[in-house]
Design a protein around this ligand. Sequence first.
Ligand code: ADP
Ligand code: MG
Length: 394
Amino acid sequence: MNNLLKQVTDTFKNKWSSEPEVIATAPGRVNLIGEHTDYTGGFVLPVAIDREIIFAVSETLDNTISGYSVDYRNEASCTVGSYDPAHPVSWFRYVLGVLSELENAGHPLQGFRFVVGGTVPIGSGLSSSAAFEMAVLTAIEGLQQFKLSDADAALLCQKAENDFVGMNCGIMDQYISRSGKKDHAVLIDCTDLSIKTITMSTPGYSWLVIDSMKRRGLVDSEYNRRRQECEEGLKFAQSVFPERNIQGLRDITIEDLRPLKKSCDPIVFRRIKHIITENDRVLNTVEALQAGDINTVGTCLYQSHESLRDDFEVSCKELDMLVEILSEVDGVAGARMTGGGFGGCVISLIKNTQIYAAEQAIQQSYKPVTLPAGTKAEIWPIRISDGAHIIKKA
Ligand code: ADP
Ligand code: MG
């Protein structure tokens, strides 16, 4: 039993004087490549990681829902059917969002008690929110003995986050938290929601996460602006190629960029250039990973970072600094920011024998003046894990 599971189970027993009926876990994720492409119907290549949210629950006979967060150390409650998007306990809104969407989807609920805890760092771009939503949904499925398809589960949790919590995210985070597979990456087609598990052939290399320790802060407005610019770009492309059935940015090719550039607003052009080249890089990365072509994977990672920095403009000094430091270490195949940007983490594919050298280089050279003196980047290996599942059922 891992520490978190023990903590959540012990807390449940202390708090509610009984054993939980169902315990569910859902992982956070790292996106290997395909950034900001999900909400434009493109391709993404995430992995589920061994950082998780655990949700332990038991049904009650009344119509009260109450629960406790071991990380926030407080309790929250509501009545079945009365879900307030402005509930004063903000973490509880993620639970309420899922419950509200479950009721919308025709699953009546009854009272329950729960305890939640997690090891996904919050606001680091590893998607603790999607893991939380998926843990709640998976636990309720276990209690009520039904099971949604992975795509429907992801759509339900995405809706909870979009419509209830008010964060207009794409489908990737919820989908990988549900459909992740140990030791595999998952290629998601965000237009038709088909998925493919990808076997990665990278002998002698490991994926590492380097947390810049810069927290993302309030950047929802930037995120929404990028979405709007992508929509403008799509409309523009449709007007330039009226004879083609362009449904999404996904239907525009790299060859189309040159004619588009002539009369497109320069900012909008750079945004769609990122999306179109990034979709291409995802497919190239998949091929290269399967073929064991480490150099191509590395090149795609660096190019993705440059594109996010220069064209999509969602990187920041700290992330750029980490990629720069890594690029100068022998045996580093590639590196890029991962997640929405403006802070969070970098990922890197590194030769096993050079991991120590990479860590040393970061210790010595990562000294961002924007963060409190002495701030150190945290480095850890990605252990690719399974998606959400039930750990225990009474
Ligand atoms: P992230 O990039 O990690 O998804 P978000 O801001 O989208 O960041 O979501 C973080 C929010 O999710 C937290 O503020 C909290 O409300 C909720 N959350 C995440 N992890 C936990 C946890 N372990 N316990 C309770 N709530 C959590
Ligand atoms: Mg989130």
